[in-house]
Design a protein around this ligand. Structure first.
Ligand SMILES: Nc1ncnc2c1ncn2[C@@H]1O[C@H](COP(=O)(O)OP(=O)(O)O)[C@@H](O)[C@H]1O
Ligand SMILES: [Mg+2]
Length: 441
């Protein structure tokens, strides 16, 4: 186990000709100023070709034993970052530390990490047992190569060689007739223990094609766990599973990680996975970290509009408003009186346009005397345990909101309703930058 430090990491690709619209982020010149990057850190590609900046100044530390989730929309740079940490991709600038080592120039196999991908990447011709054993055998043979040498070890090397021969000659025989070296016995012990942890003991003799998606993913996890690495790197490992299996495997991964205590970086685009799995969540957008915090802090105190909208389902609703001192928010169709604790934080925003953020569960249907505004129902989604309605403001057809209402409340499409906002639960953002206006706590 080890902590992972990602320090001032940048990644840019050269944009090829004819790829004008290729870039996912503004094609500014590399954001790092020369003062931030020493010449030895910068491994810039061709000078003349324009750059696509995929990662921009990424900084975070994953503590020893921590489960960190990297979450963000597709294309924001999550996999690139994970691959850089794994050593599968070179960084343009910055440093990656695993434990006490700077690993920038170390190949993946020297980084003591295990990676699990979305598409399992199992060897199709090897049985589950040998798929899990593969990495273990490679690691132990590397250790053997580096740990021994010299003439006096000649006899030891010959007996090792003989052992290897016996192992490979008898590998295809039924298990009880195989020759098992001390190393193989240890590998066998590790495989059995991982198989029991993941409940795949009965699958060990099957080929990958004889497994379901969920079983394959458990084998891929088993292969990573068996190697007992310092760090697990997981890239959307559950995306290929159906909803039920995804939820089950999600819980299983969290439980396993707690049991093993291995530092883990887990990439997903799914905010539910992020909220339920991570000790902390790093929210990414357009190659930049937007906020890093524990799940509930991200949910209750989002740093900006992007985080507020991305985390939480259905997403937060946004309404353009203006602040009128001391405590009134004015929207073209309604006004809202804020609780007194807002008056101080809002002083700096006199005359600036703001965004009012309201989560679906913080609206309620009210009688006409209390209403903030009237709305017309466009769609009703009754999920059994909760009901969501999509509405538009009665006086502004373009202002659409999603509202959660109690299941027993009768509503139907086309109906006009009176809606109030729970002013104690609102969020406010600066209109142009999207930055959160935080209450002094
Ligand atoms: N080898 C590459 N050459 C050029 N652009 C790339 C390369 N790999 C990834 N990208 C671009 O970098 C951006 C981030 O990709 P990726 O890290 O895979 O995003 P995510 O995993 O968040 O969906 C994408 O816009 C992608 O097209
Ligand atoms: Mg990806």
């Amino acid at each position: 186990m080890a902590k992972v430090v990602v320090e001032n990491v940048y990644k840019s690709y050269s944009r090829r000709e004819g790829e004008e619209n290729f870039t996912p982020v503004a094609t500014e010149s590399l954001v790092a100023s020369s003062s931030q990057l020493s010449s030895t850190q910068t491994k810039s590609s061709s000078k003349s070709s324009p750059q696509v900046n995929v990662l921009r100044n990424i900084n975070f530390t994953v503590d020893d034993g921590e489960f960190m989730v990297l979450v963000g929309p597709s294309g924001c740079g999550k996999s690139t970052l994970l691959r850089i940490i794994a050593g599968l991709e070179e960084l343009t600038a910055g440093n990656i530390w695993i434990g006490k080592s700077l690993v920038n120039d170390l190949p993946p196999k020297a980084r003591d990490i295990a990676m699990v991908f979305q598409n399992y990447a199992l060897y199709p011709h090897l049985k589950v047992y040998d798929n899990i054993a593969f990495g273990l055998r490679r690691t132990s043979s590397q250790k053997g190569r580096t740990g021994e040498g010299g003439q006096k070890n000649n006899s030891k090397m010959i007996s090792k060689w003989l052992e290897k021969l016996l192992v490979s000659a008898t590998r295809s025989l039924p298990r009880n007739f195989r020759y098992l070296s001390a190393t193989e016995k240890e590998i066998d012990r590790q495989i059995k223990s991982v198989a029991s942890l993941l409940q795949i003991e009965t699958l060990l003799h099957r080929l990958p094609k004889e497994l379901s998606g969920g079983q394959k993913q458990r084998v891929a996890l088993g292969r990573a766990i068996a190697r007992n690495p310092q760090v697990f790197l997981m890239d959307e490992p559950l995306s290929n599973l159906d909803a039920k299996l995804r939820a089950d495997t999600r819980a299983q991964i969290v439980k396993l990680q707690r049991q093993l205590g291995t530092t883990t970086i887990y990439v997903t685009h799914d905010q539910t996975e992020a909220m339920t799995m991570g000790d902390r969540i790093a929210v990414m957008n357009q190659g930049k970290i937007q906020q890093i915090a524990p799940p509930l802090e991200i949910y209750h105190q989002p740093a900006n509009r992007f985080v507020a909208e991305f985390i939480g389902s259905p997403p937060m609703n946004f309404l353009p408003v203006e602040w009128v001192a001391p405590l009134t928010l004015k929207h073209p169709q309604f006004s809202l009186t804020l609780p007194p604790h807002w008056s101080q934080p809002l002083q700096a925003y006199q005359g600036r346009s703001l965004l009012l953020g309201v989560r679906p569960q913080h609206f309620y249907l009210s009688d006409a005397s209390q209403e903030n505004f009237r709305a017309i129902i466009d769609l009703v989604e009754a999920l059994g345990n909760e009901t969501y309605i999509s509405v538009h403001l009665a006086e502004d057809i373009n202002c659409n909101l999603q509202i959660r209402i109690p299941t027993e409340q009768f509503v139907c499409t086309g109906k006009s309703i009176n809606v109030s906002i729970d002013v104690n639960k609102i969020h406010l953002f600066v209109g142009d930058s999207g930055e959160s206006i935080l209450l002094n706590s």
